[in-house]
Every structure is written in structure tokens, then in C-alpha cells.
Write a protein that binds this ligand. Structure first.
Ligand SMILES: *Cc1c(COP(=O)(O)O)cnc(C)c1O
Length: 388
């Protein structure tokens, strides 16, 4: 049996997979079992932020594996302390809870918001506003939070207490942000929802209304965080800092890691016994995370991301097949005029380029370390397909 046959016989068929077995990667490139090379414009959905097997990252991870690979959270490790300090410092947050995924980070945010409100106001102020077209994860609570009807099937009953507001509709938000609401959860750039950047006026209005009514703002930066948009957090583009920010995907460069960051207001909410995670803050993940933050902190690194973003925009926007290019930094959505996005992804795969989709758009989430030469090479393949 070959790899794909073995895989499909034994792994649940919960994904539509492309016929590619990735064998080895280095930087922006990887190869399949037959040695065919690919340029990666997806980073495993924005996870391999430094590309495949970055030298320093791999050294830090391997050396951690050989000293302490895990301890329970009843003990301390220096590597988790170092990562927590780095993360709080670069993000400006007060404290962090570590878990292992984006959905788990959002679960922590939801629990924090509800308990903050319960402690202060008692019961019945538990509703959380989320936006239409959002995506917050696959657990029961985060599916319930996700503002897309396609996700609200089969698994009934979903959790109560989520209210949807249309993105960029301030009046809708104002009307629904009543006395039953403890928090609003938003993505500054909706990733899975189609790489849609929220309007500044809408974000400003949310923060203003929330401040008036002591409603917490939760920013789901699982996809946008860790430098993806050319700032450490996408909120910086809006001049905003949420009460709670969640991160995952790219934060540890390819090792499962989720983080729920809170400001001073929420720092004391989750006391001993109210939340936990066996694997949360795993030393190997923290060792990877330390290298990611160090790299993002290097002089000019973030500016370079924005520069690369402009380069991609320039290359794409004059194409007749491209209706529009959306997104921020190296999180880019391409709306096509006549072609079907998933057909383009399949053709690109044949030609040695890995792409993603988001709704009906092509989505690019290349490694943040990609060079201009590599960008040009990948874009050439993409443009050829678009102009066929
Ligand atoms: C990917 C994603 C999640 C879910 O993260 P998992 O690690 O798959 O649980 C949540 N929110 C956003 C915005 C995401 O992009």
C-alpha cells in the first residue's frame, strides 16, 4: 500500500486532501516522494511562519527535546517563563494562558469574558457578539461562536449565548450590544471568511461602545497574529488593543501552541482550578516560539513584510483576471473574475506551487521569511495560470 492508500484506509475522511505527500521541506520549498519541488505560498495555513525547518528554530526545538520535553503545569520551566515574558512584552499584554490551538485559545477567551462578567455583574450577562462570516474554531463553543450557518449543522445542540452582527454594520452592533452582552469577539481580517479587512470606522465604533458599556473586546488573532499582517498584532494597524487577544497558528513556527493574552482588567479572572490544559505551554513549543519572536523582533523584519505585501499587490492588481486584492501584510485574498479558485489551486499544485483558498478567493499566506526571488517565482506560476 502506498502512503495515500494507507492514510485513507486509517485516517478519518474529515478533510478533502490534495494528492501530495510532502516528504521534506527547507525554507519556502518542499518536495514530494518523487522529488518534485514545490514553492509554498500557504505555510500550512499560516503556521510555518519561518518556512520549513528554519535552522535556528530547529536547533532550539531539538535542543529542548533533549533537555525537558514536557512537565505538568504543576511545575515551572525556564523556557515557558522566557516565552511568556517575550510574548507579553512584544504584545503589551499583562499575562497569558497557554494551550495548544486556536480553538482552545478562543475557549479560554470565552471563559475569561464570561467569568469577568459573572464576577462583576452576576448571572445573565453572558452573551458574546460575533460577526457574520467569522471563523473561531471547531470545538462546540467556538463553532457556536462562528458566524456562518454552514457550520451550524449535525452537532446539535450548539451553545447558547452567541449573537451575530453583520461586519461593518455599526447600527446592528449598537442595537445588539445590550445589557445581556459581556463581550464581542472579532477578527480584524476575517481569514476563513474570505480575507475581509474590517472597516476602521466599525472597529472604532465597537471600541467606543464597549468602553461605555464595560463590554470586553476579544480579538481573535489566531491567523492575523505573530507578524502575519506586518505588525505583531493586526490590532496595531487599527491603533487598538483588545482586552483579550488569542493567538495560535504561526506563533511557534510549526509546533502546536495557542495563547490567550489578557490585559490588567482580565488578568486575575482565571484563578486556580477554573481552567487548565495538560499540554499547554509545552517546553518544545515554547522553545520554537522564542525563536519566532526573536526573528520578528529583528530590525526591519515587520517593515519588510509590508514591503513584500506591496510587491505582491503590484504584481497582481493589473491582471485582467484579478477583480481585487484584499488583506494586510502577507495575508492576501485574490478575487477572480472568471476562474474558479479551487481549480486554480489544483493547477498550481501540478505546476509546483502550493496555494490556499478562502471562500471564493485564492488566499496567500507565504512564510514571512520568503525572499523576493521566491515570491516572483511563485507569482509567475500563479499569473500564468490566471492568464491561461
Ligand atoms: C485557524 C483559526 C482558528 C482555529 O484554530 P485551530 O488551531 O484550528 O483550532 C480560530 N480562529 C481563527 C481566526 C483561525 O484562523
Amino acid at each position: 500500500m502506498n502512503t495515500m492508500e494507507k492514510f485513507n484506509k486509517n485516517v478519518m475522511q474529515s478533510y478533502g486532501r490534495y494528492p501530495l505527500v510532502i516528504e521534506k521541506g527547507e525554507g519556502v520549498r518542499c518536495n514530494d516522494e518523487n522529488g518534485k519541488l514545490y514553492i509554498d505560498f500557504g505555510s500550512g495555513i499560516g503556521v510555518n511562519s519561518l518556512g520549513f525547518c528554519d535552522e535556528k528554530w530547529a536547533d532550539a526545538v531539538c535542543s529542548q527535546v533533549r533537555s525537558v520535553q514536557h512537565t505538568s503545569n504543576y511545575y515551572y520551566t525556564a523556557v515557558q517563563a522566557e516565552f511568556a515574558e517575550k510574548l507579553c512584552k512584544i504584545s503589551g499584554y499583562d499575562s497569558v494562558f497557554f494551550c495548544n490551538s486556536g480553538a482552545e485559545a478562543n475557549e479560554c477567551a470565552i471563559k475569561t469574558a464570561r467569568k469577568y462578567s459573572f464576577d462583576k455583574y452576576g448571572k445573565n450577562r453572558h452573551n458574546i457578539i460575533t460577526l457574520v462570516n467569522s471563523f473561531h474554531g471547531r470545538t462546540m463553543a467556538t463553532l457556536s461562536a462562528t458566524g456562518q450557518d454552514v457550520f451550524h449543522n449535525y452537532f446539535f445542540p450548539f451553545l447558547d449565548g452567541f449573537v451575530n452582527v453583520t461586519a461593518n454594520d455599526t447600527d446592528d452592533f449598537k442595537a445588539k450590544a445590550d445589557g445581556s452582552v459581556c463581550a464581542v469577539m472579532l477578527e480584524y481580517v476575517q481569514g476563513e471568511g474570505g480575507v475581509n479587512v474590517l472597516e476602521k470606522d466599525f472597529v472604532n465604533a465597537i471600541y467606543e461602545i464597549c468602553a461605555e458599556r464595560d463590554i470586553l473586546v476579544i480579538a481573535d488573532e489566531v491567523q492575523t497574529g505573530a507578524g502575519r499582517t506586518g505588525k505583531f498584532l493586526a490590532g496595531e494597524h487599527f491603533g487598538k488593543k483588545a482586552d483579550i487577544t488569542t493567538m495560535a497558528k504561526g506563533i511557534a513556527g510549526g509546533i502546536p501552541m495557542g495563547a490567550c493574552l489578557v490585559n490588567e482588567k482580565c488578568s486575575g479572572v482565571l484563578v486556580a482550578g477554573t481552567h487548565g490544559s495538560t499540554f499547554g505551554g509545552n517546553p518544545i513549543a515554547c522553545a520554537g516560539g522564542n525563536v519566532v519572536i526573536d526573528r520578528l523582533s529583528e530590525a526591519g523584519f515587520m517593515e519588510e513584510i509590508q514591503e513584500k505585501s506591496r510587491y505582491i499587490n503590484e504584481k497582481l492588481k493589473e491582471r485582467s483576471e484579478v477583480v481585487s486584492v484584499s488583506g494586510l501584510g502577507l495575508m492576501i485574498g485574490i478575487k477572480l473574475r472568471t476562474k474558479n479558485a479551487s481549480d486554480v489551486v489544483k493547477k498550481a499544485l501540478e505546476k509546483g506551487l502550493l496555494l490556499l483558498t478562502a471562500k471564493d478567493k485564492i488566499r496567500l499566506l507565504p512564510p514571512l521569511t520568503i525572499s523576493y526571488g521566491e515570491l516572483e517565482e511563485g507569482l509567475k506560476i500563479l499569473i500564468e495560470i490566471l492568464e491561461e
